[in-house]
Design a protein around this ligand. Structure first.
Ligand SMILES: Nc1ncnc2c1ncn2[C@@H]1O[C@H](COP(=O)(O)OP(=O)(O)O)[C@@H](O)[C@H]1O
Ligand SMILES: [Mg+2]
Length: 270
């Protein structure tokens, strides 16, 4: 037999596309002395470009850890975090710094504003750390554009401390957007808002998604997620236990079990 006949052209795959964010069998293990906490245990997930997905799960299930890994603030102990086709583990220090400063933005639950600065200055500081450093004139106009986008038009001179909680949240978003990220990560962004404010926050997040951002948000407010997200990913003890539309996930026995656990089982037995 001629050897040539064994040769086959490598398959040209045209169906391979990159997600905005992909986790491949990701582990995150915290060690302190002999103690070991496995915060993420072989997590796989994928967010498509332009998608808005919520990460859901009981306290301590690894949601914030997943966001920190996606933001390049922590490294996976094993597995691969891939953002728009780039594996973060392969980035050098400088590339990783550029990634953190530009491609991705993480809004922390605790808030991270400069209290002594005005709303506009907070956005400008965000921009200063970003990758596009425009001339000062440009930057101010761009800051004002972002303030308008999130519903803070005309409030640029107001000190951050004088804003209400919902307006501080708006400002957090404007500042996160100052670096023109492609992937936005929100950690319990709506915590502490009343229902009216929650609806306002949802409107802004939806607007950002329509502008092409990919969003992964950790959130507990179920009614908001039902309305906002096409897809939910549910974690429990560092593992994905469910994934799907909010309605499907809400009806999933594994999810009920993760939240109510022993209580439900005991009630059923009683
Ligand atoms: N820096 C850390 N050092 C040690 N353990 C941590 C650290 N960060 C998180 N953990 C642990 O990892 C687990 C997941 O935490 P986290 O990702 O914050 O959960 P969630 O955001 O779902 O509440 C918890 O058991 C937590 O105590
Ligand atoms: Mg958390």
């Amino acid at each position: 037999m001629e050897l040539r006949s064994l040769y086959r052209e490598p398959e040209r795959r045209t169906d391979v596309t990159f997600g905005a964010l992909e986790f491949h069998d990701v582990f995150r293990i915290f060690r302190s002395g002999p103690a070991e906490t496995v915060a993420l245990r072989g997590l796989d997930l994928r967010i498509e470009p332009g998608e808005l997905v919520a990460l859901f799960g009981p306290s301590g299930s690894g949601k914030s850890t997943a966001l920190h890994l996606a933001a390049g603030l922590e490294e996976a102990s094993a597995g691969d975090v891939v953002v728009f086709g780039r594996s973060l583990a392969w980035l050098g220090e400088a590339e990783l710094a550029a990634y953190r400063a530009g491609d991705v933005a993480l809004v922390f639950q605790s808030g991270n504003l400069w209290p002594s600065l005005s709303a506009r200055e907070n956005v400008l500081v965000g921009r200063l750390y970003g990758r596009d450093r425009h001339a000062a004139g440009d930057a101010t106009a761009e800051a004002d554009r972002l303030l308008s986008l999130v519903g803070l038009q005309g409030r640029g001179n107001v000190p951050a401390t004088q804003l209400t909680l919902i307006d501080r949240k708006r400002l957090e978003l404007a500042r996160a957007l100052a670096t023109a990220p492609k992937l936005l990560l929100l950690d319990e962004f709506m915590a502490g808002l009343n229902p009216v404010e929650t609806a306002e926050a949802m409107a802004v997040i939806r607007l950002l998604q329509t502008q092409g951002l990919s969003v992964l948000m950790v959130e507990h407010i179920v009614w908001a997620l039902m309305d906002l997200c096409g897809r939910l990913i549910v974690l429990s003890a560092g593992e994905k236990i469910a994934e799907g539309t909010p309605a499907a996930v809400a009806a999933d026995p594994a999810v009920l079990d993760a939240y109510l656990g022993g209580d439900v089982k005991a009630a059923r037995r009683a």
